[in-house]
Design a protein. Structure first.
Length: 324
């Protein structure tokens, strides 16, 4: 008679993902039901997700060495607080200004062609797919053009992935992302409540995708951008930048053949490119505008995580062709 053994650790790894997403959504819905303003709901729910993620990282780390702050820790926090808000808000202000007539005409209920008859969850799914279309192509452009890479390469200097460095990058990088995703979502005619919830989910999944949490997401790897999927995008190998461009959803990666997440290979622990990046916070802002001079500035040290085995960092070819 065949016996089955129960592995508590494996059960935890496989249940953390669904519980994480359910809890994150619950934060938003509970605060919304309590009648708080949209901004309060958005920011308080986001802070709750960050706190939850950090606690889970220390309780169930994927890579223990990533729990220890490195020389860029304060820059990572500064970037999350300043660079992301500066880039996103400047871009959002520009988008709202340019598309203001359409927003005023449609009102908070959205454009006439938006399928308001659909249940709200399905409207959010549709909004998320439209939102992610802009993100996918802006992200892919940053990897396949020299100008785009100038502003995006800082984020790929990360030698460890955690929730608190998910917002590590150049303000222009975040501005370009918002310019694309928000423009597509607004022009789709999505109602205000769909846009708000989509924006919150985008942040929550972004925290999750960078989280240093040991979890097995299974089929959810094909639904949202999980840590298992996103670690391959940050792998040290040059080929890593040619796959998994989706930031919150793998939908468009699956459509365009750039999705990569091997079932039988552990996600890499050796991360980050070896290109020169200044170590100073504001020097990182200036570097894309004066790359030759920036080469003389004090640089971020090499990778912190040692290579454990050849299999831990190997990458195969993505499921589809790429031009660059």
């Amino acid at each position: 008679m065949k016996t089955f053994s129960i592995n508590p650790k494996e059960i935890v790894r496989r249940t953390l993902g669904p519980l994480y997403l359910t809890t994150a959504i619950s934060f938003f819905l509970i605060l919304h039901a309590m009648g708080y303003s949209k901004l309060v709901v958005y920011y308080v729910a986001s802070i709750c997700v960050i706190v939850m993620t950090v606690l889970l990282e220390f309780a169930f780390p994927y890579e223990k060495t990533w729990c220890k702050p490195d020389d860029q820790f304060f820059n990572e926090i500064g970037s999350m607080l300043v660079s992301t808000n500066l880039g996103h808000n400047l871009s959002r202000t520009a988008v709202y200004f340019l598309i203001a007539p359409a927003i005023v005409f449609w009102g908070s209920d959205g454009a006439p062609w938006w399928p308001t008859a659909l249940p709200f969850p399905l409207q959010v799914v549709l909004g998320f797919i439209v939102w992610e279309f802009g993100i996918y192509w802006s992200h892919r452009m940053m990897h396949t053009t020299e100008l785009g890479w100038r502003f995006h390469s800082l984020h790929h200097k990360l030698r460890r992935l955690t929730c608190l460095n998910s917002g590590y990058g150049h303000p222009v990088n975040f501005a370009l992302t918002s310019l694309f995703d928000l423009t597509f979502l607004i022009l789709s005619g999505a109602p205000a409540k769909v846009m708000l919830f989509t924006s919150f989910l985008s942040g929550a999944v972004n925290f999750l995708s960078h989280a240093n949490i040991d979890m097995k997401m299974g089929f959810l790897n094909y639904v949202v951008n999980t840590p298992e999927v996103h670690r391959w995008h940050h792998a040290a190998e040059r080929a890593a930048g040619k796959r998994n461009f989706g930031m919150q959803l793998p939908f468009w990666d699956l459509v365009f053949g750039t999705f990569y997440c091997p079932k039988d290979t552990a996600a890499p622990r050796v991360l980050g490119h070896d290109g020169h990046q200044p170590a100073g916070f504001f020097a990182q802002w200036l570097a894309p505008f004066m790359p030759k001079r920036a080469m003389r500035w004090a640089a971020i040290p090499g990778r912190a995580t040692p290579l454990r085995s050849p299999a831990s960092a190997q990458i195969g070819e993505p499921g589809g062709s790429m031009d660059a």
